[in-house]
Design a protein around this ligand. Sequence first.
Ligand SMILES: *Cc1c(COP(=O)(O)O)cnc(C)c1O
Length: 390
Amino acid sequence: MTNEKRIYLSPPHIGEKELHYVHEAFATNWIAPLGPNVDEFERELADKVSARGALALSSGTAAIHQALRLAGIGRGDTVFVSTLTFIASVNPVLYEGAEPVFIDCDFETWNMSPQALERALIAARRENRLPKAVIVVNLYGQSADMDPIVDLCERFGVLIIEDAAESLGATYKGRASGTIGAYGIYSFNGNKIITTSGGGMLVSGNVDALAKARYWSTQARDPALHYEHSEVGYNYRLSNVLAGIGRGQLELLEERVNARRAVFSRYEQVFRDVEGFTFMPEAAYGRSTRWLTALTVNPRIAGVTATELIKALAAENIEARPVWKPMHLQPLLRKYDYFPHTEQFSVSDQLFRQGICLPSGSSMSQQEQERVIACISYEMETRRATHESA
Ligand SMILES: *Cc1c(COP(=O)(O)O)cnc(C)c1O
């Protein structure tokens, strides 16, 4: 084990600007789940992505939960969800007692496969079980190919929720990722593009819906002097202190995205000619945030597996991870239906088997990145040498 400093996959990147807003919250005693930072953070974020409105919440997961409530999801309903994602995309579906059905991705985008979605919709209509909503995940900072997905959902009358937790700052045909579906959500968890330590945002063009979610997420307090309640509510609002961090972070969103993209390009420049390495493609329709640099390693061609590389990096105190384990493979979720890209082939299974995410933080120095690159190069060379001498 090395005693060099640990390099994390995606650590928070905090500067000086955030403190100004946090100090303001302290100085004015706005230490509450509401206050001027919350209002301004909502306005500034809505402006940034050109959404009509935004609602600041305690997490991205809470934002997905509120979007599902707004879509009227309840017990017995079906919700389609991208399979290649983090569990947070699915948990709120289970909170509401609804049934998820998982949809595969394609190799071109690593995001929801329109052809798998179409097969799933046709099958659902045949069984009279059309979903009320589709949760489209924009993976690792790249928007899904929304046009064909929107067309299909319009044809079948299904509402779209965009899980843009990883893609704040990305675009699809010039529009901000997260603003194309009826509802979009962002996350400000510590590992995301920008962070409030923990937090989330729900955006929509439907301001009445946002007002409803605002009411639910503040314990559903009816307007009255006493405490009056006629609906189930949640304690889901973002604190005014944390919203202050968010305001400072948001000012630097472009810089953060550029830094992550630069990290990706450096990896790609060094490794693009390595046979058996395939970087996650950037689709021509938009700009990815490259939240994480992800690639697949074909062991038969590269002579090394993704897992072996992750272990070699760990021995150098460097954090790398497999690509998300698809939801249809999770013990919790195995009983639900799954529609692979083609009837014969599941793309997400292969991306999971061969995928690796490299350290991608916007604060990672060039020197740190060189440590990651050197470790991978060394591992490849050693394996090749051993192979040749055998
Ligand atoms: C991080 C993440 C979430 C959840 O966000 P939290 O703020 O941690 O609740 C949801 N979906 C995806 C794809 C994520 O990466």
